[in-house]
Write a protein that binds this ligand. Structure first.
Ligand code: ASP
Ligand code: MG
Length: 419
């Protein structure tokens, strides 16, 4: 029998009535002849609540116990979903990560899936089970302990299961109707995309769009999983959503597919560091050793053999970075005059595979920003994205004007405007 993976996020299973509505969608596909693997998240807010209980015990805690506790939210939803399906006369059974098993690395709280043997679930399908409801976000380490996959990890559970079972499609049900050109809360003209390439989705997710866990997109891209993001709230059962897929010629004839932003950036500048080989290695080596994720980097032109080095990292890693940079200064490894920090910054990025074959995207982006008097502090680019660091107070405006300038505004709104 053909197989589908259907993943329901926290808001889609927030209470018993939402679970029933999700179960009705599952039931439709069972009627259409599919066996289904349903992957569930914890009910909305549950994971945060569990994390708060853990951190309430002590500021420093054992990551193994964190995983033992934080993974439980998904087990409740899986059981309730199985019961709801059974009540609808559908042969369904819940599966915790260790029962599948979903084998992971031993890195607690951010484990990676290493393998998923399909025999246990497959045998039950052969015996007549129609729906396997799997707890998302969790797995089993080689040590025999429960692990979790990092926040948003149920997406990765779903994609990994779709790859392992060679599912026809992996459907991610959420509270929005698909992937948008940007965040509709910031830009009212944001538009749902019918399709987006894996690589674009990967950039958008890692640049701040929270719709899918980044790791799940990497997996989907590697195993060519047919991935669809859709809403479980849409009563018309819109089966389209957004397809995340291999790049195709006829995707959407746009150079830029989306605009992403992240508020969570801090800018650091080391002034007057020696401009000689090995200095960048000392700075970024020290930051890497303590786990700071450095994102953007610029080195200014040097004068008299000294230069300023500016870079960004997530705001919550700023204290860690400051400590590491103090240590290399006071440990005599590197001399600099000052460490300047700025937390009132945000990163805005434009993403699109069309940039590979079109020039002038960067120039256009910089021009649009300058026309609004928005100063660019740091720039980084890759083959398919350009990111700028700007003052946070301009973030919303920057997203809106770039969305407009790159032709992403929804058509309906444009026509209203031209009347
Ligand atoms: N419940 C977990 C979280 O909130 C995993 C997930 O929902 O994907 O991070
Ligand atoms: Mg999620």
């Amino acid at each position: 029998m053909p197989l589908l993976v259907m993943k329901f996020g926290g808001t889609s299973v927030a209470d018993l009535s939402r679970i029933r509505r999700a179960a009705e969608r599952v039931s439709d596909n069972v009627t259409n002849g599919y066996n289904i693997i349903v992957v569930v998240s914890a009910m909305a807010g549950k994971t945060n609540e569990l994390i708060a209980s853990v951190t309430g015990t002590s500021a420093v805690y054992d990551a193994r116990e964190y995983d033992a506790i934080v993974s439980t939210g998904e087990n409740i939803t899986a059981g309730l979903m199985a019961l709801t399906l059974q009540d609808m006369s559908i042969p369904a059974r819940s599966w915790q990560g260790w029962q599948v098993p979903i084998n992971t690395s031993m890195v607690h709280a951010s484990a990676r899936i290493e393998s998923i043997p399909i025999e246990n679930i497959s045998r039950k399908f052969t015996d007549g089970m129609r729906v396997a409801v799997v707890s998302g976000f969790q797995g089993l380490s080689a040590e025999g302990r429960i692990t979790t996959l990092g926040r948003g990890g149920s997406d990765t559970t779903a994609v990994a299961l779709a790859a392992a079972f060679n599912a026809e499609q992996c459907q991610i049900y959420t509270d929005v109707s698909g992937v948008y050109t940007t965040d509709p809360r910031i830009c009212s003209k944001a538009r749902k995309l019918d399709r987006i390439a894996y690589e674009e989705m990967l950039e958008l997710a890692s640049l701040g769009a929270k719709i899918l866990q980044t790791r799940s997109i990497e997996l989907a891209m590697r195993y060519h999983v047919n991935l669809r993001v859709m809403s479980s709230f849409d009563e018309n059962h819109d089966v389209h959503g957004t397809l995340v897929c291999d790049e195709e010629k006829d995707m959407e004839n746009k150079v830029v597919a989306g605009v992403a932003y992240s508020r969570d950036e801090a800018k650091l500048t080391l002034t007057s560091v020696a401009d000689r080989p090995g200095i960048a290695a000392i700075i970024f080596g020290a930051l890497g050793d303590v786990g700071v994720n450095v994102d953007m980097i610029v080195q200014n032109i040097s004068e008299d053999g000294r230069t300023d080095m500016t870079f960004s990292c997530p705001t919550n890693q700023l204290p860690l970075a400051q400590k590491a940079l103090d240590a290399i200064k006071f440990g005599g490894k590197l001399n600099y005059s000052e460490l300047l920090t700025d937390v009132d910054v945000a990163k805005v990025s434009v993403v699109g595979i069309g940039m590979r074959s079109h020039t002038g995207v960067a120039a256009k982006m910089f021009k649009v920003l300058s026309e609004e008097g928005i100063n660019i502090k740091v720039i980084t680019t890759s083959e398919i994205k350009i990111s700028v660091l700007i003052d946070r107070k301009y973030m919303e405006l920057a997203v809106q004007i770039l969305h407009h300038a790159f032709g992403l505004d929804a058509v309906e709104n444009n026509s209203v405007k031209s009347h």
